[in-house]
Design a protein around this ligand. Structure first.
Ligand code: F6R
Length: 611
């Protein structure tokens, strides 16, 4: 959602800003804009356009038209005011002196706007952001930092801000509260961005701003201040992501690239954590005392990360016999959750910035829970606010629809379940060893699953014209179906639902008619016979069945289902980790055949930083 970039150096800023914004396109947006300080005119030059970044870039000839070596840029995902040139950022104060780019929401903007309008200040947009630009100007008496400080005392909500002032042509002011902002420290140049991927081409030395931080970026370096406006020393962190990790590398879509990267991502995630047949979390542990008192586990997440939690619940309860609740980040704080100091709260997030998940984390912390997060983006807000973090090490995920983050989150949560069971003594040695052996096979078996992608492409070509698709499964296969269904609907725009197979006869079966496509998931061997009965049940009512099962059940399933996708046999714990791959590929190929914008599906954002 919304992306901010900023740079100050010796090179022309506009092409750098546009290139940086192109790296943030995946986050989701509907308009874009840049502001640079034009040193010959001695004023800010602001350009904005509704629609794709390319529209703006074409207008500015790739940025070549804009003079100046300092500027900020923005991709906007509309919240206050429809997508339009006027509502795009940067938002500028009435005199044109101050330009602001903003991610987040200013909650009390209406009240502040009414006040400013009462002072005769004209507004040109419907945005909450314009209030910030106008308010800085209102308080400005020649000292920019002082004016910004006064504004920060008055605005409420979430914000990452990049601020330019025509009277301060050699600096950019950055502010962060509840919305990510990262600073890049170059040689003779400084950068800001809401996402590290936009900085990688310029520098690997970054500062993760914390809530309440303010920073002044100059060519000579970056000075940070805390919420009391006192100078603050900040750690400079080296980012080790490869520059090309955030590029397509010859693939047509990021999503396909990321699907294909999964075996490698799993090797990165798992191999340091399995040593000589033992699970080893070098960066994480729980004391014997805590484990003995642990009375409940809560898993909190949104979207696909929530689906990981759904699988995790089955694994954790089966292996540890501790009650596990899975809650949506957006619901958690409104449901009076039962959390105390003996509750382990597992927070799952790829981006580490999802606002609802973050709010749930804070609520869980307030209630005294111990927070362990499973996160992909190093240094993200959720990672920083957790008591402990397990990183997935999946590398940058650019496609909006998550794939390799899902599989690494799931692998890590499953590994954690096995580790906890061992520590709690709720698993036999033989079962533990069998589980660990399964993990060692996982990346190779995922390679094998991916090598059958042509079969999935064929099934997609058979079924891509359906308007409504049902996913059914029991237990692990139900949790898997939730993810398969979400993947399909978000990128192909086909209506789809996932149901626990046993629920069909309680209502849903009335929707099954001649030709309805049902994706029947039956990878979980112990429930295969039950799954078969459900396949027969829907076939009898005219459904076409595309089944997913393991190699060893393929033949039997093929006697009833119309088409069968298969995965290699693997330890039961890891069936969903393999099973999701054909479902990702199916969604991908269906969306491809329907001509959808796969990496940037409509209305969606990669990192959901509003409630
Ligand atoms: C779906 C998808 C989303 C995210 C959700 C949570 O493909 O990517 O449903 O899983 O927005 O995002 P994170 O994991 O970044 O908190």
């Amino acid at each position: 959602m919304c992306g901010i970039v900023g740079c100050i150096g010796t090179e022309q800023a506009a092409p750098i800003l546009l290139e940086g914004l192109s790296r943030l396109e995946y986050r989701g947006y509907d308009s874009a804009g840049v502001a640079v300080f034009d040193d010959q005119a001695g004023a800010l030059s602001v350009h904005k356009a509704k629609g794709r970044l390319q529209v703006l870039s074409d207008q500015l000839h790739g940025g070549a038209d804009l003079r100046g070596t300092v500027g900020v840029g923005h991709t906007r995902w509309a919240t206050h005011g429809a997508p339009s040139d006027a509502n795009s950022h940067p938002q500028v104060s009435h005199s044109g002196r101050i330009a602001v780019v903003h991610n987040g929401i200013i909650e009390n903007y209406a009240e502040l706007k009414a006040f400013l309008m009462g002072q005769g200040i004209p507004f040109t947009s419907e945005t909450d952001t314009e209030v910030v630009a106008q308010l800085i100007e209102y308080f400005y008496e020649g000292d920019l930092l002082q004016a910004v400080g006064r504004v920060l005392h008055r605005i409420q909500g979430a914000y990452a801000l990049g601020i330019l002032c025509a009277d301060y042509p050699d600096q950019i002011v950055a502010v962060r509260k509840d919305s990510p902002l990262i600073l890049g420290c170059g040689q003779g140049c400084s950068f800001l961005s809401s996402d590290v991927t936009a900085l990688l081409r310029h520098t690997r030395n970054v500062i993760y701003m914390e809530d309440g931080d303010l920073a002044v970026l100059t060519r000579e370096g970056i000075q940070c201040y805390n919420h009391l406006m006192q100078p603050a020393e900040k750690e400079i962190v080296q980012v080790d992501w490869a520059v090309d990790a955030a590029e397509k590398g010859g693939y047509e879509h990021f999503m396909f690239k990321e699907i294909m990267e999964q075996p490698e991502a799993l090797r990165r995630c798992l191999s340091p954590r399995i040593q000589k047949g033992e699970i080893v979390f070098e960066d994480f542990s729980l004391s014997e005392d805590y484990l003995q008192k642990m009375n409940r586990i809560y898993i909190v997440a949104c979207g696909s990360s929530y689906h990981v939690g759904m699988v995790g619940k089955y694994h954790l309860e089966r292996l540890t016999r501790i009650p596990v609740e899975v809650a949506l980040g957006s619901e958690f704080r409104y449901m009076a959750p039962i959390v105390d100091k003996n509750t382990l709260v597992i927070v799952i997030s790829q981006s580490g910035e999802t606002l609802d998940t973050m709010a749930a984390l804070r609520e869980a912390r307030r209630l005294g829970g111990h927070i362990l997060s499973i996160v992909n983006v190093v240094g993200s807000s959720i990672a920083r606010e957790s008591d402990q973090v397990l990183y997935t090490w999946a590398g940058p995920e650019i496609a909006v629809a998550t794939t390799k983050a899902y599989t690494t989150q799931l692998a890590l949560l499953t590994l954690l379940a096995l580790w906890l069971a061992k520590r709690l003594g709720t698993i036999s040695d033989a079962d533990y060893q069998a589980g660990v052996a399964g993990f060692l096979e996982l990346p190779g078996k995922m390679d094998e699953t991916l090598s059958h992608r042509d079969d999935i492409q064929y099934f997609a070509s058979k079924y891509f014209n359906h308007d409504s698709i049902f996913f059914i499964g029991r237990n692990l296969d139900y949790a898997l179906g939730l993810e398969g269904s979400l993947k399909l609907k978000e990128i192909s725009y086909i209506h789809s639902e996932a149901y626990a197979s046993g629920e069909l006869k309680h209502g849903t079966i009335s929707l099954i008619e001649e030709g309805t496509l049902v994706v029947a998931l039956s990878t979980f061997s112990s429930l295969f016979a039950k799954a078969m009965s459900n396949v027969v049940e829907v076939k009898t009512r005219g459904a076409s069945v595309l089944a997913l099962t393991t190699q060893s059940h393929r033949e039997e399933m093929a006697q009833t289902a119309d088409a069968v996708m298969t995965i290699p046999d693997i330890h039961e714990l890891l069936l969903p980790s393999l099973g999701v791959v054909p479902l990702q590929l199916f969604a991908y190929y269906v969306a491809l055949m329907r001509g959808c914008d796969i990496d940037k599906p409509r209305n969606l954002a990669k990192s959901v930083t509003v409630e």
